[in-house]
Design a protein around this ligand. Structure first.
Ligand code: ITT
Length: 196
């Protein structure tokens, strides 16, 4: 299926593209279609924000459109930064600034358990909507490690692998990540939907 990816995040787009193409889909980004809209993420849940993004960009692209709303939920911080992960610490910070702030806020905190969450929503031009969620448990590292991935990957430690997300190859991350799991569940739902 030809799918528009509704995201302005280059790291996320790289992962969405790789996984969806491996599932046999053709992916075109909103940027490649010349769509510069940045929907206002006014929701308070991953589900609400994924729907806002997919619905808005579907209307503009006329294609089945996938959005991912995701974030890092840290137990000792009562689930923060959560849906606000991209805006943690305010507009002035980049990925490095945000994970440094997280490490600062985690100083002396126990436990260090956390999870990444991804909600994938696909809106179809006829108004139909499919949604899937994926989660990946881990802990917050004491210092950044690794160069791969994006966002909080250098500080998200996966105990069974004894590595951060940033120390994994793209394939290794996609095999266990919140986004990989959500897209796996999405593919199952899509197959059922297309059979109808
Ligand atoms: P779009 O809305 O345009 O897709 P965004 O970056 O604003 O881009 P979100 O609102 O979903 O996307 O914010 C998700 C943030 O959570 C993202 O900016 C990262 O900081 C973080 N995040 C999500 N998935 C991640 C991953 O796999 N690795 C590292 N950080 C991740």
């Amino acid at each position: 299926m030809k799918i528009c990816a509704a995201t302005g995040n280059a790291g996320k787009l790289r992962e969405l593209r790789r996984i969806l193409e491996a599932q046999g889909h053709e992916v075109v980004s909103q940027k490649e279609l010349g769509i510069t809209i940045e929907p206002d993420e006014t929701g308070t849940t991953f589900e609400a924000n994924a729907l806002i993004k997919a619905e808005t960009i579907c209307k503009a692209s006329g294609l089945p459109t996938i959005a991912d709303d995701s974030g890092l939920c840290v137990d000792a911080l009562n689930g923060a930064p959560g849906v606000y992960s991209a805006r943690y610490g305010g507009e002035g910070l980049d990925d490095t600034g945000r994970y440094r702030l997280l490490l600062e806020n985690m100083r002396g905190q126990m436990p260090r358990t956390a999870k990444f969450v991804s909600v994938i929503t696909c809106c179809f031009p006829n108004g139909d909507v499919l949604t899937a969620r994926g989660e990946c448990p881990g802990t917050i590292a004491f210092a950044p490690q690794g160069e791969g991935g994006f966002g909080y990957d250098p500080v998200f430690f996966v105990p069974p692998l004894k590595k951060t997300f940033a120390q994994l190859t793209a394939e290794e991350k996609n095999a266990i990540s919140h986004r990989g799991k959500a897209l796996e569940a999405f593919q199952v739902k899509l197959k059922e939907y297309l059979k109808q």
